[in-house]
Write a protein that binds this ligand. Sequence first.
Ligand code: AHR
Length: 662
Amino acid sequence: MNFKQLTVFSLLASAITLPVSTKAQTPVINIKATQPVAEIQPTMWGVFFEDINMGADGGIYAELVKNRSFEFSKPWMGWKIERKKAEEGDIIIQNRQGNTVNPRFISVKANNITKGELGITNEGFKGMGIKKGLRYDFSVLYRHQKGSVKFHLELLDSKGNIIGGTTLVPTGNGHEWKKEAISFSATETEAKGKFRIWFEGNGEIDLDMVSLFPEDTWKKRPGGMRADMIQLLADMKPGFIRFPGGCIVEGIDLANRYQWKKTLGPVEERQLIINRWNVEFAHRPAPDYFQTFGLGFFEYFQLAEDIGAEPLPILNCGMACQFNTAEVVPVNELDSYVQDALDLIEFANAEPNTKWGKVRADMGHPAPFDLKFLGIGNENWGPQYVERLKVFTKAIKAKYPNIKLVNSSGTDPNGDRFDYLNKELRAMNADIIDEHYYRTPDWFLKNAGRYDSYDRNASKVFAGEYAAQSDKTVSVKNVNNWKCALSEAAFMTGLERNAQVVNMASYAPLFAHAEGWQWTPDMIWVDNLRSYGTPNYHVQKLYSTNKGTHVLTTTEAGKPLIGQGDLYASGILDKATNEVILKVANISDKEQVREINLEGIKKFDAKAKLIVLKNANPEALNTFENATNISPVEETITLNPKKKISLTLAPNSFTVLRIKLL
Ligand code: AHR
């Protein structure tokens, strides 16, 4: 038992009425433990995934070959042609007419060549993360036009040494495209690997969809996701996953918007587009950032199911990003956009004997995904949004009245845009209003009581994107320090306390590649081989894994703790486990002691669980080298059920205390 964290006073529990000793002057956090005031939705704490910062391609999508189908704006981007002797037309890019989704492929003319004379090397996404002993699965679409050409496949380390490979002799001949696959193991671990194909023989062969995946994908699915990254999400036990964005839903212009129907079916038939984060920030250019859609809507739904999260897809509402072109579809021409929304519900929920239910079933999931929520628009605002939203809402509610619609309240949690939308959406009786806040830690602390005055019986709130900014929004100087994470923890007591109003919340953005990011701060950082959760991740995870089922009125001196004495608190009940869960953020640099009174409770278990996330230094960070610098420390403590509970709160700490009721 750690007496530093939790000590037991020598007063009797029944002593609420007894004479007060010196220690009895300790301020009391009172929890009305037998009077739940509101339900906490199972969806309360979730995650928001967007393909930003190399989140999908080069991130959770485990494909190692960059520009595998030569469809990037510059067809050779990511590739290098290796030639001993230049020969005209030995490798050319072809653009087949009639195929609008994947027109390009390469043609190789092998003129009696041996290994080492002609080849192509792919640099991967900031290199390829290769693990010793792991199997790598190569596949390619090819058309053996003439003669016979074989491939020598080589994994390379950063110095060019071969660390794995094999030889593939394509068996097919003729003018039809065929797929061939072969696997081999890596002999070394390398963070900056490359992949090379040497051609040998005499003949002509066409190649497309040159692909290499590691064996250890999430659930070992071929062509799947990077397991370490998904595991970090699964460990959070998120209540929902919002996808695919974010601004990529809107697009720079309407042509660049996210279109879910184009992300289904065989990967070679999914038409890539430029990722809008490729060009968004001049100070963080990402010329090789594209959306190949190897990860599409089917995979996102499947991911949601895998990690037990409700899927929350967000669809374009007929408006491109208002920070970019602000292009809109005329209100009376929204039909195909609205149809996309109706079809998505059919895709997710209908039986395989329907058009879109069949598409889902043909992709391997005959059972419905049970979609309950759908977002219309990301950060759209103004009357243009409202008039389009009305069209969507009418059509969707007419056909699917039980689907809860998530509406945008714009980019900011206050100001004219927010006030206008908040009023309009509430007048429309919106199901759920999505609020975003990228603000300073101080804003988060000051807003712990934000929802205390929200109408309990009106539209619900989704805190869809939030993160404390150590510098300012979109500054490259933002870091995921402890100060920011602790301010979020403090603020989140207010979300939890107001679970009757706030039904969903998610930090943003989720992932960032150390060499490929556009936006900071981010919850999980990765490189080609490693991944770690920031202090912000641990805050989110602590909330989500200590979610409970009901809000309990929790006060000090009769008021919710929203910063008095530098403390923020919320108390909840978990009816499933019969536990009271108290969360307290102490943002002062001093240790503080509170007596915890479980009002109405006579008996509780002597064994309680105490989880503390802390660091004396508000600037402290987690890093690849010191990934658990700020991470929760959990212990079982022994209480004396006959005595009062005293909780010692470390300086700059977030504490979760779970007490089992008897
Ligand atoms: O999370 C990064 C971006 O911030 C999202 O794409 C957008 O919704 C918000 O402006």
